[in-house]
Write a protein that binds this ligand. Structure first.
Ligand SMILES: Cc1cc2nc3c(=O)[nH]c(=O)nc-3n(C[C@H](O)[C@H](O)[C@H](O)COP(=O)(O)O)c2cc1C
Length: 351
């Protein structure tokens, strides 16, 4: 396996694609529009999954329709299911309704209710089933197919039995999240196994999992110098400047990131308030605040350890059930950040 350092210049010049990850309940059409109009850096996005239905087509949500996508970000709908005919039918309906030229297959969802039905990561231990599925889908889908998958469900080498099968089908790209299904989101994504998978698959492989900084992206590129792209999820939510920082090869300071989060927060809140009822607005904002909270307070380690008054403020905000309580929590956190920023001497580097 080739492993070498990647210089910043080389990194800046490479035509790397950054893809916005699907996060159910988080990366909505409103999230995508506000994110792209304020920060950008993503070449395309995969939408959170829709489940296929036996013998029927799924209802196409407004979120996937072109009128909900004013920034024109290329959007790939994602389907979850294990029946090739149902998938091809649903994919054709999505292609007709949205004009998309690619459908992504979710082979990575680790949720117990999904894997118990042999869907998402729960289908990974069945190479023959996957072969039959791909045979049906690749004959009938009227557009390209990509796959988002994990290393396995129970073992981190289940992918080895799948590579020869995947290599036989015209799959546009595979996005690999280097965890196994039973892990959920615990531990770390396995970069060594990602690199092995990438070397074995004769299709473009995009990296997903735990890239939260320019340094993290460089570590992946040092292992896989000709990587076609990164998919960014939680790291991009926690730092809306991450995609542009990676493209430019320059890390942003914590205070720049905090300012960007507040800008994103305020624009998203306004956009959700225009569209949704109060309860739904609070739930949408709290789903984001899980990632923002630790970045918005001056001492992140205290919040992560659950200690101190700022940790209490973040917990209180995440427990809010009314918009008023949510906004009170947010105002207190904003004020404590302002006080801390005022204490930082102008000459002191935050990095
Ligand atoms: C709350 C949440 C919802 C997710 N929803 C989806 C989904 O709908 N489809 C999918 O393929 N992956 C989904 N994922 C996985 C992410 O797309 C991504 O692969 C994973 O979080 C690892 O990347 P990250 O470390 O950059 O976040 C979800 C992850 C989280 C935390």
């Amino acid at each position: 396996m080739v492993c070498r350092e990647v210089s910043f210049d080389e990194f800046r010049n490479r035509n790397i694609q950054i893809v916005l990850a699907p996060l159910q309940g988080v990366t909505t059409a409103i999230f995508r529009s506000v994110f792209m109009s304020k920060f950008g850096g993503c070449r395309w996005a995969v939408a959170p999954f829709l489940t296929t239905r036996r013998g029927a087509v799924p209802l196409i949500p407004r979120d996937l329709r072109p009128e909900s996508n004013p920034t024109g970000l290329a959007l790939v709908p994602q389907l979850l299911g294990n029946d090739g005919d149902d998938f091809a039918r649903a994919g054709a309906a999505l292609h007709d309704a949205t004009g998309c030229d690619e459908i992504n297959w979710n082979l990575g969802c680790p949720s117990g209710t999904v894997t118990a039905r042999k869907q998402g990561a729960g289908f990974l231990p069945d190479p023959q089933g996957i072969d039959r599925f791909l045979d049906r889908v690749c004959r009938r889908l009227p557009c390209a197919l990509s796959i988002k998958m994990r290393l396995g469900m129970h073992r981190d080498r289940e992918w080895e039995a799948l590579v020869p099968i995947l290599n036989r089908y015209p799959i546009r790209s595979v996005i690999l999240h280097g965890r196994i299904g039973t892990q959920g989101y615990r531990g770390q994504a396995n970069l060594d196994l990602f690199a092995e998978f990438r070397a074995a698959l004769r299709r473009p492989v995009i990296h997903s999992g735990d890239v939260t900084s320019v340094l993290g992206a460089r570590r992946v590129l040092a292992k896989c110098p000709d990587l076609p792209g990164f998919m960014l999820g939680r790291g991009l939510i926690a730092n809306p400047l991450l995609a542009v920082s990676i493209l430019e090869g320059t890390e942003r300071s914590p205070s720049e990131v905090r300012a960007a989060i507040w800008e994103f927060h305020d624009q998203l809140l306004a956009a959700y308030q225009r569209e949704s009822q109060e309860g739904a607005v609070v739930e949408r904002m709290k789903a984001l605040f899980v990632y923002w909270g630790p970045k918005l307070v001056p001492d992140r380690s205290e919040v992560e350890a659950g200690r101190g008054s700022e940790a209490r403020l973040v917990r209180r905000t995440l427990r809010a059930t009314t918009l008023g309580a949510y906004l009170d929590g947010v105002a207190a956190i904003r004020e404590s950040g302002r006080r801390a920023d005022a204490r930082i001497a102008p000459w002191r580097s935050e990095n």
